[in-house]
Design a protein around this ligand. Structure first.
Ligand SMILES: Cc1cc2nc3c(=O)[nH]c(=O)nc-3n(C[C@H](O)[C@H](O)[C@H](O)COP(=O)(O)O)c2cc1C
Length: 380
């Protein structure tokens, strides 16, 4: 279990940052800052000694400090973080200084707790904002099929016409079936970040790196999966978690929120493709939101979201054969539209997502399951 940090450990931690920033300063000022801090009615006396070499923290009371600060630990932290203006702190009595207060500003600076990460900058591109405006027919498409039923699944069944249409644009399409790959689950050890290399502890120990070769080479990535417990199946989650090694640990501003800069910058777009058991389109609400977050953080714009509700029942219901064919034709059209223009027309999407009647679906799917059980069947 993680140790709860004591106030002195907090000071030690802080002193490390102060020392690092002070060492970078061209001009050194020798002297001592004495702290008389209180926290939860306990006293903490310690001092920071600044020499030509650096800043060091000691417990106790210095003999002849240059400046002394009396305050609560929290008020001192507020001052250090720039949340408390020193003058306001003094006027309100939160900070009580004695001695040479100018020494404080000589050895401490506002940017003490920051660092320059400009070499890792990865700004939002025009392609990310409006991919279809900068669209080129993708040369390489990678399909990540995350159905545990892989080639036997409905995900695969509905993908087939979509990929046929996409292939018509000349794109080379490769499919990876995650169910057929060995992908260890991310351990959260941050070796990939701490080592500075982006290499995972599982490098060469499973199939992830091989998939990454294809992943890095792709201009368009199709994430295809069945809806599982209102979200993405764990196969896909496991895969996506491993992709944290593709980013630097640093944090930058993205189009909507904070995100990490990429280690390798490539123009890549994403298609989200999912099938569900339930018939209402809003069963995909969580996945839609999740993928918007995922792709925001992966710097990959979504060019099409194809969510086919009740995929299984549309396939199995003889009364809906016409509708099935219409959906399959629309999927083929969708593949071509996405490949050629980097977007999907509303008309095509509407046909793909069409549901005849929710109550009909329920009735027929209930019959489907009852019959399967009655006939003691094991496949679907
Ligand atoms: C464990 C599990 C969880 C599921 N959860 C949902 C769900 O939350 N909502 C839904 O509409 N369908 C759900 N389904 C149904 C699948 O999305 C549906 O059967 C899909 O067509 C399966 O595709 P596949 O054959 O490619 O695996 C679930 C299926 C399984 C096996």
């Amino acid at each position: 279990m993680k140790e709860y940090p004591t106030p002195y450990q907090v000071m030690e931690n802080l002193a490390e940052y102060i020392d690092r920033a002070y060492r970078d300063k061209v001009e050194k000022h020798e002297g001592v800052i004495q702290f008389h801090l209180t926290h939860n009615r306990e006293k903490l006396d310690c001092y920071l000694e600044f020499t030509a070499e650096g800043a060091t923290l000691f417990k106790g009371v210095a003999e002849d400090p240059t400046v002394t600060l009396k305050s609560t630990l929290y008020h001192w932290l507020d001052l250090a973080a720039g949340r408390l203006n020193p003058l306001v702190g003094m006027v309100t009595g939160k900070l009580r200084f004695s001695g040479d207060t100018s020494f404080f500003s000589k050895v401490m600076s506002e940017d003490m707790f920051g660092t320059d990460i400009s070499e890792y900058d990865d700004p939002v591109t025009g392609f990310e904002k409006r991919p279809h405006k900068h669209w080129k027919i993708p040369e390489n498409v990678l399909v990540i099929n995350a159905s545990p039923r892989a080639r036997q699944g409905y995900t695969e069944f509905y993908l087939e016409p979509f990929l046929k249409g996409l292939g018509r644009t000349g794109a080379a399409i490769e499919t990876v079936y995650l169910a057929e790959q060995r992908i260890n689950r991310c351990r959260g050890c941050w070796f990939c970040w701490l080592s500075g290399t982006g290499n995972c502890v599982f490098k060469d120990k499973d199939d992830f790196e091989d998939i990454c070769q294809l992943y890095e080479n792709a201009d368009l990535i199709v994430f295809a999966f069945p809806l599982y417990i209102d979200g993405i199946p764990s196969l896909l989650k496991d895969f996506l978690e491993r992709t944290v090694c593709h980013y630097h640990p640093y944090m930058i501003q993205g189009p909507c929120r904070t995100r990490h800069p990429r280690r390798k910058k490539k123009k890549q777009a994403v298609v989200v493709f999912s099938v569900s058991g339930f018939p209402e389109p809003d069963n995909f609400t969580a996945v839609r939101g999740h993928f918007r977050q995922i792709t925001h953080n992966s710097h990959q714009p979504i060019v099409a979201e194809i969510y086919r509700p009740a995929g299984m029942y549309l396939y199995n219901n003889p009364l809906l054969y016409r509708e099935l064919n219409e959906v399959m034709d629309a999927l083929e059209m969708a593949g071509e539209e996405v490949g050629r223009y980097g977007k999907l027309s509303r008309k095509t999407l509407k046909i793909i997502q069409e549901i005849d009647s929710v109550s009909n679906f329920r009735r027929l799917s209930n019959l489907f399951w009852k019959e399967k059980i009655r006939k003691d069947e094991r496949t679907y």
